[in-house]
Write a protein that binds this ligand. Structure first.
Ligand code: NDP
Length: 366
């Protein structure tokens, strides 16, 4: 039994996967979100917790509920295809729940790739879509190489700056592997996503040095409350300055802004709004590639397997138990949690139950 994050069982409550899915889905339905859409959002949030990505799981439920209440998110949006060809499309999300319009765009990318070898579908006028890996994983499960990118609220300082400017803009790539779960790289382009700092804030614990700086004097700070306030900012992947490649993480964040923001007619970096904001104009980018269009699809999967084996067998560093390939820890964690339940931080557990009671939904049981 493996879990990528060790949790203190006194601080967490284990909830069966289906029960967590049930309560999240029911909360959205109680807020008049159509059933099919409520299922997509619930699946996305629960998948994060299942795979050990606590930062983007059900701890975010309140944010979505508040977004709907504030009118920042439309529950019955008029999603429109504004441009389309056999290999690309652009959707206007009409301020839908991010997951709902993103799911539709991802399905279109899959269908185009299956018919024409490649499908690129962008979205403008959307909201937060949860974990980028949810979409890349689904594309890979269909035998395609899938890429998923999204803009997000400005939280990261460009190299040389000391203000929140670029989003934590994630990149996810999924690819099928013969006889195994897909390869799945799913990462923020900042040192950490804000959700990971929110986890520390909830626990009132300092974050490791190197995640954030002060916006007043540029010094490294570790107080999660300050980093998430206007007095602090997150650093790009690679950290402060250029020594450990901070400029490259910053560049990857801008890459995401270009493909999912500027290219799709959505806004970018400092202009992207949060879930409760009207017209947050989040942009997404989905690309599905049929390996069969470029070579032999079965050969591709075989070679993916071979490549993974070679990575596992690289000369091992003495301080590490093993060499992992992206997606493996998440998958093993999911297997464990399907068996023994998903750990939910007690404060989050109580918060979910408060929301459930408020909207008239059966709360979670301990
Ligand atoms: P992590 O640092 O937790 O993981 C990054 C990637 O590395 C994952 O693919 C993970 O796969 C893999 N991995 C972990 N350890 C190893 C290892 N030792 N060797 C090889 N691969 C490894 O991700 P982040 O904290 O950066 O991001 C968390 C989530 O936040 C993502 O799902 C992202 O999409 C989401 N996010 C969403 C945003 C939004 O606005 N919607 C903004 C920013 C982030 P594995 O499954 O195996 O652990």
């Amino acid at each position: 039994m493996f879990e990528k994050v060790k949790v203190d069982e006194n601080e967490y409550v284990r909830v069966p996967r289906d029960e967590l899915f049930r309560v999240v889905k029911d909360v959205f339905m109680a807020m008049n979100v159509p059933e099919e859409d409520a299922e997509i959002v619930a699946e996305n949030l629960v998948m994060a917790d299942l795979r050990g990505v606590e930062s983007h799981g059900v701890q975010r439920l309140k944010r979505y509920v508040d977004g709907i209440k504030a009118g920042g998110v439309k529950i019955n949006p008029n999603i429109k295809v504004v441009k389309e060809s056999p290999v690309y499309a652009v959707l206007d999300g009409d301020e839908a729940l991010g997951q709902v319009v993103a799911y539709r765009a991802m399905r279109m990318a899959i269908e185009k790739a299956k018919k024409n070898g490649i499908g690129i579908v962008g979205v403008k006028n959307s909201n937060h879509y949860g974990i980028a890996g949810y979409y890349a994983y689904k594309m890979a499960k269909e035998g395609l190489v899938g890429m998923s990118l999204t803009t997000s609220r400005p939280l990261v300082a460009p190299t040389g700056a000391m203000e929140k400017f670029v989003g934590t803009n994630p990149i996810a790539l999924g690819a099928p592997v013969e006889g195994e779960e897909p390869f799945l790289l799913d990462m923020a382009t900042s040192v950490v996503p804000s959700g990971k700092i929110e986890v520390y804030r909830r626990k009132d614990k300092p974050v490791p040095e190197g995640w954030g700086i002060s916006t007043e004097n540029g010094e490294i700070i570790t107080d999660p409350h300050v980093i998430l306030s206007p007095k602090g900012t997150i650093l790009p992947l690679g950290g402060l300055g250029e020594l450990h490649g901070g400029h490259k993480g910053y560049g990857l964040g801008v890459l995401v802004d270009i493909l999912s923001g500027v290219l799709m007619g959505a806004t970018w970096s400092r202009h992207v709004g949060g879930t409760s904001d009207k017209h947050s104009d989040v942009g997404h980018f989905f690309m599905a590639i049929d390996p069969g269009a470029f070579g032999d699809a079965e050969e591709f999967k075989k070679n993916m397997k071979k490549m993974k084996e070679e990575l596992h067998n690289a000369k091992k560093h003495p301080n590490f138990e093993r060499i992992w390939v992206h997606g493996e820890k998440g998958h093993l964690t999911a297997q464990t949690r399907l068996e023994i339940g998903i750990p939910i931080y007690r404060k989050v557990f109580n918060e979910i139950n408060e929301i459930a009671k408020e909207v008239g939904v059966e709360p979670l049981k301990e």
